[in-house]
Design a protein around this ligand. Structure first.
Ligand SMILES: Nc1nc2c(c(=O)[nH]1)N[C@H]1C(S)=C(S)[C@@H](COP(=O)(O)OP(=O)(O)OC[C@H]3O[C@@H](n4cnc5c(N)ncnc54)[C@H](O)[C@@H]3O)O[C@H]1N2
Ligand code: MOO
Length: 396
């Protein structure tokens, strides 16, 4: 039997020579989930002027500790006038600090009488003043190239009045489900047939990883058809993903079809699940052949497809799964393959606890339902309950 390749070696082969895809303009309103292709520079100070963090009174700090007449009223969105000496201004949160004032006291701390207020003496200069440019300074980098545009980044862009951004094109993916037994939901099942659960699962994961599905096909267990459809996929996709048909059986045609059209870089990995996973290329397209078992697809997507999409999108955050260390609430033992166990994480005051689903067989998709992470159990090792275990966090 061929020697099993390490996951690290497989990732290296998969990502070798992968460069970020070209940039395209997109309306900022449509940019959620996209990855910035270029660094955006701030063009406005935020806030645009010193303003008040509280509803209260603006004054010169030197005038604190006595009664001051209220000489003007400043609401957010309205320009103040210079503060008359020895007076204070009624001001509301977000209101611009009048020239001459340097401090705001919140209204709960003052006493009022007719048109004057008593300002306590124990306030610090600059209290409750949000300085111009405190959040963002014009001319500074606002968002780096490679930023995944999520909620706060979208807010930042809007804060600058930016309506268009340059983002990476979404990777085009062909998702091919192989197997005579595979039938779409909604179609009747014949003898020995099962519904295609891998396709919707992978479609959703790929969407989360920023990809665009350009081709979805079910491919029968037949060499000529497999070869033809792989060829068509290579014409339209950056990444070709197959499920099933990569093991050693006589009905496993994917590998041979791949070799006849392009090249197989690597096959047979020291990981569980996912041993027969195959990596290669056809023309410009990257090829990832996932084993048919649903859990092999789920784990393979997180371990290989997410970094691949991250590399194509130029997103460092997507290229690597966050790691955390948890206390195992289970015991296990491995042999020649590193085991990626599906675990739920409990965040307790005593630390993070990883609970493994009881049945870790690669055909048991139930094990992925509550999976927050993949606990990584090294090959040839024994893990006792209570031991610390490294986990890859399935987030973003
Ligand atoms: N003699 C050996 N047999 C097997 C080996 C081996 O080393 N020697 N490896 C086993 C391992 S590990 C895996 S994983 C599987 C992977 O085989 P394939 O990639 O060829 O996958 P298939 O045989 O086509 O399918 C496996 C399993 O998954 C079901 N399946 C396939 N596609 C779907 C789908 N879209 N939705 C739901 N379920 C699907 C399929 O019916 C099979 O039950 O090989 C072992 N065998
Ligand atoms: O390697 Mo397979 O994915 O365990 O069942």
């Amino acid at each position: 039997m061929a020697e099993l390749q390490s996951v690290e070696r497989a990732l290296e082969a998969l990502l070798d020579g992968v460069a970020p895809l070209e940039a395209e303009p997109v309306a900022a309103e449509q940019a959620a989930g996209r990855v910035l292709a270029e660094t955006v520079t701030a063009r406005l100070d935020v806030p645009p002027a010193d303003n008040s963090a509280m509803d209260g009174y603006a004054l010169r700090h030197a005038d604190a500790g006595g009664w001051l007449p209220v000489s003007q009223r400043v609401a957010a969105g309205h320009a103040p006038t210079p503060l008359a000496p020895g007076s204070c201004a009624r001001i509301f949160t977000g209101g611009e600090i009048p020239p001459g004032a340097d401090t705001v006291v919140m209204q709960e701390r003052v006493e009022t009488r007719e048109d004057s207020v008593f300002i306590p003496g124990d306030i610090a200069a600059g209290d409750n003043v949000r300085r111009r440019g405190r959040d963002v300074s014009a001319g500074e980098p606002l968002l780096e190239a490679g930023t995944l545009l999520e909620a706060a980044a979208l807010g930042h862009l809007a804060g600058q009045g930016i309506t268009r951004v340059s983002v990476r094109r979404r990777p085009r993916v062909a998702l091919l489900s192989t197997g005579d037994e595979i039938v779409d939901p909604g179609q009747p099942l014949g003898p020995g047939q099962i519904h295609n659960s891998n396709r919707p699962m992978l479609s959703r994961l790929l969407e989360r990883f920023g990809a665009e599905l350009v081709m979805r096909e079910t491919v029968p267990d037949d060499f000529a058809t497999t070869r033809r459809i792989l060829g068509e996929a290579a014409e339209c996709a950056d990444v070709i993903i197959t499920t099933g048909g990569v093991s050693v059986g006589e009905e496993d045609h994917v590998r041979h079809a791949l070799e006849s059209l392009g090249r197989l870089d690597l096959w047979q990995l020291a990981m569980r699940p996912g041993k027969p996973l195959a990596l290669g290329r056809i023309g410009q397209a990257r090829f990832v052949g996932l084993p048919g078992n649903p859990v092999s697809c789920f784990v393979g997507a997180w371990v290989y497809l997410r970094p691949l999409m991250g590399a194509l999108l130029g997103s460092p955050r997507m290229a690597e799964l966050p790691r955390l260390w948890a206390r195992a609430a289970f015991a296990t033992r491995t042999q020649a393959r590193r085991h990626y166990m599906r675990v739920a994480l409990d965040f307790t005051p005593e630390g993070v606890l990883a609970r493994a689903f009881a049945d870790q067989n690669s055909a048991v998709l139930s094990s992925c339902l509550d999976a927050d992470a993949l606990a990584v159990i090294p090959a040839h090792s024994t893990l006792e309950e209570g031991d610390t275990v490294e986990c890859l966090w399935l987030t973003h």
